[in-house]
Design a binder for this molecule. Structure first.
Ligand code: BJW
Length: 300
């Protein structure tokens, strides 16, 4: 099969041991085994909405409450998720490899939970755990881990009439079971804008998650730091592309940029069809499977 053709752990280890300047390009598949859904696979639907359709400025303008519910839900899920062996393996690898830079598209905060060295972690699409004023002129940004961020965004608990034995037992528990608001069949109420997170600085506008939506620019400082790294005279030895469908730009384009600096490409993905941007080259590696199993073996 195509996968066996590229799966060569021995040659990868040999090459990695000589590599000094290494990049990783990470996507949602890396956090899949931590229980967080990806965008374009199963679980990429939230209440019948395509997750990528909610990650747009237009969706937020039209239905700020729906988009805030989506992000509040994901903040809740991410805060309750644990980093997996791949997050820890990269964090460990970063500590022993000064020339390593991790370009992560993930906003879930699991690398931070795994204590990944912060200066080697570039958050291409921002983070769920910062919010900012929708007004660029105001410019307010804060770190925020409060769950729920405002009372109106609390995930409702099951208020079913406790007449059945099971429901009675459930209701007597100190904490009631949260309803699955990701399921479109579960009703949610409309939230007025005044009950959504408000900017404490200008006191005029709403706060929004500090993530990068379609059509928005990636954080300029982050982009500049990556460009600096790519501009250094030394070659880039390797880029490890893991758990990403590599369809979203400019992130996916870093594979090509690394190749232009001489890098060999190693792809780790569940799916044999998700090729790196630019397609396959001679000397590439492909390891098929769960990132949480494969990354620790690659980086050990
Ligand atoms: C596993 C696994 C397991 C599962 N183990 N693997 C060039 C060409 C065409 C279009 C463009 C272009 N340049 C720009 C564009 C437009 C657009 C774009 O790229 N569109 C394409 C979709 C066509 N790009 C933008 O709009 C970007 N901005 C921009 O270009 O600005 C220009 C500008 C300049 C100056 C001023 C103003 C503007 C912004 C892109 C922002 C993307 N944002 C999102 C949402 C972030 C917030 C949030 O999380 O809600 O980022 S969209 C979503 O996609 C999210 C992800 O980070 C991103 C990538 O997804 P990812 O991580 O690859 O996930 P999946 O689900 O796609 O794939 C999962 C993979 O894992 C699969 O391969 C599975 O097989 C695998 N897998 N389990 C290993 N256990």
């Amino acid at each position: 099969s195509a996968s066996n053709m590229f799966e060569d752990l021995k040659s990868f280890h040999e090459y990695l041991s000589k590599s000094k300047r290494v990049l990783a390009l990470c996507g949602a598949g890396l956090s899949a085994s931590s229980g967080l859904p990806t965008f374009r696979g199963a679980g990429g639907l939230w209440r019948n909405h395509d997750a990528t359709q909610l990650a747009t400025p237009g969706a937020f303008e039209e239905q700020p409450d729906l988009v805030w519910r989506f992000y509040s839900y994901r903040r809740h899920m991410s805060l309750n998720a644990k980093p997996n062996a791949a997050h820890y393996a990269f964090a460990e690898y970063a500590r022993r490899t000064p020339g390593f830079m991790n370009l992560s598209q993930n906003v879930d905060g699991l690398y931070q939970q795994a204590n990944h060295p912060r200066d080697q972690l570039k958050l291409l699409h921002g983070t769920l755990f910062e919010v900012r004023c929708v007004s660029r002129a105001c410019g307010y940004v804060e770190e925020n881990f409060t769950d729920p961020i405002v009372p109106s965004l609390a995930i409702p608990t099951d208020k079913s009439d406790p007449t059945t034995k099971e429901a009675l037992a459930e209701a007597s528990k100190p904490k009631r079971k949260e309803v699955d608001i990701a399921n479109a069949a579960v009703p949610i109420s409309k939230i007025p804008v005044k009950d959504l997170p408000q900017c404490p600085k200008c006191k005029e506008r709403m706060l929004r998650p500090n993530v990068v939506w379609f059509g928005e620019q990636l954080p300029i400082k982050t982009i500049d730091e990556i460009e600096e790294y790519l501009k250094e005279p030394e070659d880039v030895d390797l880029i490890i592309v893991v758990g990403t469908s590599a369809k979203v730009y400019p992130a996916a384009g870093y594979t090509t940029k690394a190749r232009m600096k001489g890098a060999r490409v190693c792809v780790v993905n569940m799916d044999t069809n998700d090729a790196p941007a630019g397609g396959w080259n001679k000397g590439d590696w492909f390891f098929q499977g769960d990132a949480a199993e494969i990354i620790p073996r690659l980086l050990q």
